[in-house]
Design a protein around this ligand. Structure first.
Ligand code: FAD
Ligand code: A2P
Length: 413
């Protein structure tokens, strides 16, 4: 028997599934403390009375009684709400929190940043049905993990204008499970202009789920040093400069992991179309690396990558990407600042491959991921619109269908 939880705590609320219940009255008869009642529609349980003695569980002939949701103690589902249900409510963030043994809710700044980053999808996304279950928000700003830098090297060429780093963080004995497509939070040390501790910044994980180096409890990030703002004026990005300047052995405050929908499909035969610029390549590297390490399993499904950068020297992971076999991944590089050559953006290459892209948009087994510059988003959506029109289809009709099937994912910043 559980003691009633204190005010403000997360609590389990015992419920009866109205879809399964056959209204046989057994639970009400078995309950020794009159926690169960009914009206002409539903059998329901009084939150403040039920003490989880479980006397009703065994006798229930259908198992409808074996239902629960996690709620705040001060805001349980009322009897009126339960009487009105035809089905149980969807699992909420609180249920996910409880399932992941997380200790805090997703911080408001993460919710705000994520809303902006995923606006290009045109609605809330779902995770692919075959995606692995992600752990979310195991560590918040109030209880961050201290990871240790085990590697930091520059990815861009010595003479490149952008300074992008591959950073490896080691978590030692602390569990920090991540999936490809998830992000983590980094809390830079020090205080902001108002004397308050810096807010966390989010960074996509660039390594696959078993770590940058399998067998080690580590992960990789792809971080670009921000030295000018979005308008091109000189600016020193707090967190990106901090991360790019770290050296081996330095401690780093990490929160997360975050993101429960921008996840790769795991079923054999699933194809992935990846569209990115700059550090938007981080989740694409994670997914590609996952597939590369499993290449010998011949799971099938295509990988198509559209990757935009100023020039080869500015493109993170240019060397390793070029070494991948053409029958494993179809790589399309768009370079925008090649001397003597016309500017090319990812959307130009998407248009040039319009027939192939349309076939993938139509393929129920193809999942599409966009990540990188916010400015690229409109151009990519416009390219999809044009390709659909040229093939007698309508992107505005297709986009919600893709979203509903968890096939379209956008994260831009
Ligand atoms: P700040 O001190 O916050 O900002 C300094 C100035 O630069 C401000 O004027 C600000 O408006 C401007 N600015 C902020 N961000 C950028 C930018 N990206 N480009 C140009 N100007 C900017 N970044 C990565 O490098 N790698 C990643 O894998 C990555 N993944 C992300 C995933 C998600 C879901 C999101 C939302 C963002 C991601 N970012 C990533 C961006 C990252 O979170 C930071 O915004 C970025 O590093 C800048 O932080 P800062 O503290 O250095 O700059
Ligand atoms: P550009 O040369 O015009 O800046 P960055 O190096 O700033 O991270 O950008 C990565 C790549 O994304 C660059 O090639 C950049 O080209 C390109 N890019 C910039 N704006 C857009 C846009 N609106 N659509 C697609 N790609 C873009």
């Amino acid at each position: 028997m559980n003691a009633p939880p204190a005010q403000g705590e997360l609590a389990r609320q015992h419920l009866i599934d109205p879809e399964i219940c056959i209204r046989c009255n057994t639970c009400q008869e078995m309950c020794p403390i009159d926690a169960i009642t009914h009206d002409s529609r539903n059998y329901v349980i009084r939150f403040e009375v039920c003490n989880w003695c479980n006397a009703c569980i065994g006798p229930c002939p259908t198992g409808a009684i074996d239902s629960l949701r996690n709620v705040r103690t001060e805001k349980p589902y009322t009897l009126e709400e339960q009487f009105a249900w035809d089905v149980l409510p969807e699992f909420s963030d609180l249920d996910k929190l409880a399932a992941g043994n997380a200790v805090t809710e997703v911080p408001s700044e993460v919710k705000r940043i994520t809303e902006v980053a995923t606006a290009g999808q045109g609605g809330p996304a779902l995770a692919p049905r075959s995606a692995a279950h992600p752990y979310v928000n195991l560590y918040g700003p109030g209880n961050p993990v201290t990871a240790t830098v085990s590697g930091n090297h520059r990815l861009t060429a010595d003479d490149a204008s952008s300074d992008i780093h591959h950073l490896v963080l080691d978590f030692g004995a602390i569990p920090f499970p991540v999936l490809e497509g998830q992000s983590i939070g980094i809390i830079p040390p020090g205080v902001d202009a108002n004397g308050k501790p810096h807010l966390l910044r989010m960074y996509s994980v660039a390594s696959p789920r078993e770590g940058e180096r399998p067998g080690y409890n580590n992960l990789a990030l792809t971080v670009k040093r921000v030295d000018q703002d979005h308008e091109g004026k000189p600016a020193r990005g707090v967190c990106s400069n901090y991360l790019c300047d770290l050296t081996k052995g330095d401690p780093v405050q990490v929160t997360g992991p975050y993101g429960a929908t921008y996840l790769m499909p795991n079923h054999p035969g699933a194809s992935i179309m990846m569209i990115c610029t700059g550090t938007g390549s981080a989740p694409m590297r994670a997914m590609t690396e996952r597939r590369r390490r499993r290449m010998s399993l011949n799971e099938g499904g295509e990988l198509v990558l559209f990757f935009g950068a100023r020039s080869p020297g500015e493109l993170p992971y240019f060397g390793p990407l070029q070494k991948l076999p053409a029958d494993f991944i179809d790589i399309n590089f768009a370079f925008s600042r090649m001397p003597g050559e016309p500017k090319q953006y990812v959307q130009d290459l998407i248009r040039a491959k319009g027939d192939k892209v349309f076939q993938m948009l139509q393929d129920e087994n193809c999942f599409i991921y966009v990540c990188g510059l916010k400015g690229m988003e409109a151009g990519v959506l416009e390219a999809f619109r044009d390709i659909c029109r040229a093939h007698g289809a309508d992107w505005e009709t297709l986009r919600p269908e893709l979203l509903g099937k968890a096939r379209f994912h956008v994260e831009t910043y």
